[in-house]
Design a protein around this ligand. Structure first.
Ligand code: SF4
Length: 503
C-alpha cells in the first residue's frame, strides 16, 4: 500500500503546519476547522477521497487524566462521540510504542470528542469515566475512515486542571506543537506498514495443562479463602498473568521470609527444592503446591538416580527456577550442563555412573545435540524413561517450525522470563526466519512488518490466548489480515487439581 496516499486531517492551520514533509509527500491533507459541524463536513470530504488507503488525524487536545502533561502524545484506542457512540481504533498501542522508541512520551488513550471547549470540571467528569484526552473533532472525523486503517494522534496542550485561556497555555501550545511535529513523523512508518496480510497461526500455542492448572489453583485459592494469597515467584512466567492475579488479590514474593507466618502460600508451576518445602513447614505456612506434575516427575527422577549412586547431569539454564528446584533434590550429586561446551568439559566423579535429566522447556534439537555429546563421552550414560522435555514444549516447537518455513517474520507472544517462549523464537530463527518475542501487541515494531506479507504467530505455554487475539487485531488494523490456523497436533491433557482446592 505504500505507493498510495494517506488522508490526514488537521483541525487548525498551526497543526497542519506541523506535518513534516515526509508525511505531506504522500498525503492529502484536509484542514478541518474546529468543532463537530466542521469535522462532519471534513469527514464527508474525506469519504470522497477514494484513492486514500488510510486516514490519520493529527492535532492537539486537552488532558482529562490528571497524570498527563503538556507534550504527551495520545494515540486513541477509543473515541467517544457526544451522541454516545464509541469508535474503536485498534492497533494504536503499536504506534505509541513506536513513538516511545523515538523518545516521546506516548500512550494509548481514550479520547472524548465534545461539542464545546471543556473546562476542568467537565474534564474531571470525563476522566472519572475513563477518558484520557478531550478534543472536538476526532470521533466525527473517524467516519471518513469507512473501513480504511485509522490512526488518531493528539498531543496534550492543556493539562487536566488548567482553565482554557490560562496565560500559561501559550507557552504550553508552543511545546505541544513541537512534540506534534516530532510525533507526526511516525505516520510515515505506519503508512509503510500498511498492507493486507496473511497470519499463519501455530497450533498448539498458548497455555499448556500445567499453566492452566497453576492459574486455576491461585484463582480457586482466592475465591475459596479470600485474599491475601501469597505466591512464591511468578506463578507462571508471564507478566500479564501475574498482573491480573495481583489485581485479584494475589501477592507475589521472591522468598518465603516475605510471607507472614501461617499464610496461604502457593508454590509456582516451576517447582521448589526440598529446602523451600522445609522452610515453609518451619514457618507454618498453609501450602498449596502448583508445581506442574511433569516437573514433579523430573524431581522424582533426580531423587531416584541420585539415591542409586549416580551423578545427575542436569541439562538446563542456570538461574531458572525449575533448575533450582530440581537441583535442590540432590545438590551434591547434580552437575549443571547448559550447552554443548559444558557437555564437553563436565567431569563427573565416576564416568560409569551418570544419568542425564533435562529442564522441561528446552529446545528439542539443541538438547539432542547435548545428549549426543554426553553419550559419546560417557557410553554408560542413562536417561529418563521418557523425555523430560514436556509434551507442550515439544508440540509448540513443532508447530512454530512449520509456520516459520512459510512466514516472512514470526512473532511469539510471551514474556522474556519464559524459557518456553524464548525457545520458540530460537526454533523459528533456526528456520532462517526473523522471529521476535513480544509480551503483547504494543511491542511489535512496525519496521518488522513493513515488508512482511505472511506473519507467523505463536505463543509460549505461559501466554494467554487473549494476547494472541490482541496481536491479530493489531495486525489486522494495518490493512487487514487473513488468518490461517496450522494445526500440527491437538492437546487434551488436563491435570488433577491438588486436594487443597478441589471442591
Ligand atoms: S511447559 Fe510443560 S512442564 Fe511447564 S508447566 Fe507446561 S506442561 Fe508443565
Amino acid at each position: 500500500m505504500s505507493d498510495d496516499r494517506m488522508l490526514v486531517f488537521a483541525p487548525l492551520r498551526v497543526e497542519e503546519a506541523c506535518l513534516p514533509a515526509s508525511v505531506r509527500r504522500n498525503a492529502r491533507v484536509i484542514r478541518t476547522g474546529m468543532g463537530r459541524r466542521r469535522a462532519r463536513i471534513a469527514a464527508a470530504r474525506g469519504l470522497a477521497v477514494a484513492d486514500a488507503h488510510s486516514v490519520a488525524v493529527a492535532g492537539l487536545c486537552a488532558a482529562a487524566a490528571p497524570e498527563l502533561s503538556t507534550g504527551d502524545v495520545l494515540l486513541a484506542t477509543e473515541l467517544w462521540r457526544s451522541d454516545g457512540a464509541t469508535v474503536r481504533v485498534p492497533g494504536s498501542g503499536m504506534l505509541a510504542a513506536a513513538l516511545r522508541r523515538r523518545g516521546l512520551r506516548a500512550v494509548p488513550a481514550t479520547v472524548a470528542t465534545v461539542d464545546a471547549i471543556a473546562g476542568p470540571a467537565e474534564r474531571r467528569f470525563l476522566a472519572a469515566r475513563g477518558a484520557d484526552g478531550v478534543d472536538m473533532e476526532s470521533a466525527w472525523l473517524a467516519d471518513a475512515a469507512d473501513g480504511r486503517p485509522l490512526v488518531v494522534l493528539r498531543v496534550v496542550v492543556e493539562e487536566a486542571g488548567r482553565e482554557p485561556g490560562d496565560p500559561r497555555t501559550a507557552a504550553a501550545g508552543m511545546r505541544a506543537l513541537r512534540e506534534l511535529r516530532k510525533a507526526a513523523d511516525v505516520l510515515v512508518e505506519w503508512r509503510d506498514a500498511l498492507r493486507q496480510r496473511t497470519i499463519l497461526l501455530a497450533a498448539p500455542r498458548s497455555f499448556c495443562a500445567g499453566v492452566d492448572r497453576a492459574i486455576e489453583i491461585v484463582e480457586l485459592a482466592l475465591a475459596q479463602r479470600g485474599g491475601p494469597v501469597y505466591v512464591r515467584k511468578q506463578i507462571v512466567h508471564n507478566e500479564h498473568v501475574v498482573a491480573d492475579l495481583e489485581r485479584r488479590g494475589a501477592i507475589f514474593v521472591d522468598e518465603l521470609d516475605e510471607v507472614p507466618r501461617g499464610a496461604t502460600t502457593v508454590f509456582s508451576a516451576h517447582g521448589v527444592s526440598p529446602a523451600v518445602r522445609q522452610e515453609a513447614t518451619a514457618r507454618g505456612l498453609d501450602v498449596i503446591d502448583a508445581t506442574c506434575p511433569l516437573v514433579s516427575k523430573v524431581h522424582a527422577e533426580a531423587r531416584r538416580f541420585a539415591d542409586g549412586g549416580n551423578t545427575v547431569l542436569l541439562i538446563g539454564h542456570e538461574g531458572h527456577e525449575e533448575i533450582d528446584g530440581t537441583r535442590g533434590e540432590a545438590p551434591e550429586a547434580t552437575l549443571l550442563v547448559q550447552d554443548v561446551a559444558d557437555a564437553e568439559r563436565v567431569q563427573p566423579p565416576d564416568p560409569t555412573r551418570v544419568t542425564y535429566l533435562t529442564q522441561t522447556t528446552l529446545a528439542v534439537d539443541e538438547t539432542e545435540e547435548i545428549v549426543a555429546r554426553l553419550r559419546t563421552r560417557f557410553p554408560a550414560l542413562r536417561g529418563p524413561a521418557s523425555d523430560d522435555i514436556c509434551y507442550a514444549t515439544t508440540n509448540r516447537q513443532t508447530a512454530v517450525r512449520e509456520i516459520a518455513r512459510e512466514s516472512d517474520v514470526v512473532l511469539v507472544v510471551g514474556s522474556r522470563t519464559s524459557s518456553n517462549s524464548l525457545r520458540l523464537v530460537e526454533v523459528a530463527q533456526r528456520e532462517r526466519t526473523p522471529a521476535y518475542l513480544i509480551d503483547d501487541e504494543t511491542e511489535i515494531d512496525l519496521a518488522w512488518l513493513a515488508s512482511a506479507g505472511t506473519i507467523g504467530l505463536s505463543a509460549g505455554a505461559s501466554a494467554p490466548e487473549a494476547l494472541v487475539r490482541r496481536v491479530i487485531d493489531a495486525i489486522a488494523a494495518l490493512g487487514g489480515a487473513h488468518v490461517e490456523e496450522r494445526t500440527t497436533t491437538t492437546e487434551s491433557l488436563r491435570f488433577r487439581l491438588p486436594k487443597e482446592v478441589r471442591g
